[in-house]
Design a protein around this ligand. Structure first.
Ligand SMILES: Nc1ncnc2c1ncn2[C@@H]1O[C@H](COP(=O)(O)OP(=O)(O)OP(=O)(O)O)[C@@H](O)[C@H]1O
Ligand SMILES: [Mg+2]
Length: 243
């Protein structure tokens, strides 16, 4: 028996766990996970957990530079309104981490097992790829997956393989999100990666709903204070959550 693993399972037991994932990097996972958590946070207490050991993008998006405090209950979250944020970056500070791959699972299990997690809704940001974080998540919870891709053929082909694995593993894939699909202009929408036909076809083939999100150039201004952002992307994500 692994006590930390058991603890992590216990912390997540009975909670709604949404994991934002993609085999492809840079497609908007951290942004979308943060905006989903902020939307939930407007209605209920929500936890946002950053499982990206090396990127810690969530802390950067929220402009958090502090370290987690530790109480006898465990690792205390950073609080932003109704949101409780946990990140490995909050344990090591603004410093790079170099970690043997075989240790990654232990680090992630420790964060999940020791987090003072009280919220019933938990949104998890994951790093790109299909590595230890995916296996860790499968070990500790039964997450609903939100699979993010760009609408480009290359991105969809990479994400399709992950989708096959997730479905074979009997994980529930809630939606495929095609991020940065279109940019609204006074002359109508522009599709920077072409019309999203590949992702549409994938959704039909696998019977999974595809949600199409816009490019919002204003988002960049809110890096470091994403809680202040109420633009188009946040609104579109709200509509999806309300469906
Ligand atoms: N819909 C969008 N409109 C405009 N910019 C976006 C949008 N989605 C993401 N971005 C920008 O794209 C960049 C990558 O986003 P993000 O870091 O969320 O991706 P990621 O998939 O988490 O990356 P990684 O694989 O490195 O973890 C960021 O600069 C982010 O602000
Ligand atoms: Mg990220």
């Amino acid at each position: 028996m692994n006590p930390i693993l058991e603890l992590a399972r216990e912390r997540l037991k009975g909670k709604r766990v949404l994991a934002v994932m993609s085999a492809k990097g840079g497609v908007g996972k951290s942004t979308i996970a943060s905006l989903i958590a902020l939307n939930f946070g407007e209605r209920q207490k929500t936890a946002l957990i950053d499982l990206d050991i090396y990127g810690n993008s969530v802390l950067k998006l929220f402009g958090i530079q502090k370290l987690h405090e530790v109480s006898k209950e465990g690792i205390e979250p950073f609080r932003v309104g109704n949101l409780s944020i946990f990140s490995v970056g909050g344990l090591v500070g603004d410093h790079y981490i170099v970690l043997p791959g075989k240790e990654e699972g232990n680090v992630l299990e420790s964060l999940l097992g020791l987090a003072n997690l009280r919220e019933e809704t938990v949104v998890i940001d994951t790093p790109p790829g299909m590595g230890e974080e995916l296996l860790t998540l499968k070990r500790v919870a039964n997450p609903e997956v939100i699979l993010v891709t760009l609408p480009s053929k290359l991105s969809v082909m990479v994400v399709e393989q992950m989708l096959e694995y997730l479905l074979e593993s009997k994980l529930k894939v809630e939606w495929i999100v095609a991020n940065m699909c279109y940019l609204n202009t006074p002359f109508g929408p522009i599709y920077p990666f072409g019309k999203p036909e590949f992702v549409e076809k994938l959704g039909v083939e696998k019977g999974i709903k595809v949600e199409y999100l816009p490019v919002d150039p204003e988002l960049e201004d809110f890096s470091g204070r994403i809680w202040d952002y109420s633009g188009l992307l946040k609104e579109e994500i709200r509509k999806i959550l309300d469906e």
